[in-house]
Design a protein around this ligand. Structure first.
Ligand code: SAM
Length: 209
């Protein structure tokens, strides 16, 4: 059952009433959509996704400071404008334990633009197989435009911009490979492979830990 408002403090306790047992680790996935990661707490704005917590992640997150061992988001920060994504990352830093880790996936603006500039027709294939929304002209120019605006995108990051936001929020960041992690809890969670999407993959940890 999803929690709202007054029920949020349930997640401040290590005992999870939904699961009926004590969580040994707190793992929270933001903008989870319909994706279910076993033993993770799923947070989404849209009740139709049936998240564990219905919350707007552009607002203060409904979790106490330094409660989470692991955080995760895939194809979520691109749904936020620049100010909102900065606020979200600051909140992630607040919620994460000092020794915690965050896995962050988002669309890579550079890869999108490079493929357009190089006239790489695989961009069209990626759109048609991965996104599937109809195109009027089936040109790379249309894919570039729609890639920036459709799928709920508000700000599509390149590595440099995302690193500035992460650094300001108090994170170190390492670019990592699809589904690879030195942390078993963060391994094999990624849905979008380099062959099927334009994702970039990061692991982030607090600068002060
Ligand atoms: C593109 S989907 C990604 C879903 C899933 N993570 C995946 O990888 O397929 C983006 C999700 O972010 C959610 N979302 C958008 N804005 C949000 C916000 N401000 N707060 C919380 N969730 C939000 C949407 O409801 C949607 O489920």
């Amino acid at each position: 059952m999803a929690c709202t408002g007054a029920e949020y403090p349930a997640f401040l306790l290590p005992y999870d009433p939904r699961l009926g047992y004590t969580l040994t680790m707190i793992k929270i996935s933001f903008g989870s959509g319909g994706v279910v990661l076993p033993d993770w707490i799923h947070v989404d704005l849209d009740p139709a996704c049936r998240p564990d917590v219905i919350a707007d992640a552009t607002r203060p997150l409904p979790f106490a400071t330094a409660t989470a061992d692991f955080l995760h988001s895939e194809d979520f920060v691109d749904q936020l404008d620049l100010d909102a994504s900065q606020r979200f990352l600051h909140e992630c830093r607040r919620v994460l334990k000092p020794g915690g880790q965050m896995r962050l996936l988002t669309v890579d603006l550079r890869r999108l633009v490079d493929m357009y500039v190089e006239g790489d027709e695989r961009l069209l294939e990626l759109w048609e197989t991965g996104v599937g929304l109809p195109l009027q002209t089936r040109t790379l120019g249309e894919v570039l435009n729609e890639g920036m605006r459709r799928c709920g995108h508000r700000f599509v990051h390149d590595e440099q911009t995302l690193r500035v936001l992460l650094n300001r929020a108090g994170f170190h960041a390492r670019r990592v490979d699809f589904n690879h992690s030195e942390h078993p809890e963060l391994r094999d969670l990624d849905l979008r492979s380099p062959a099927a999407a334009l994702s970039m993959y990061f692991e982030c940890w607090p600068t002060s830990s």
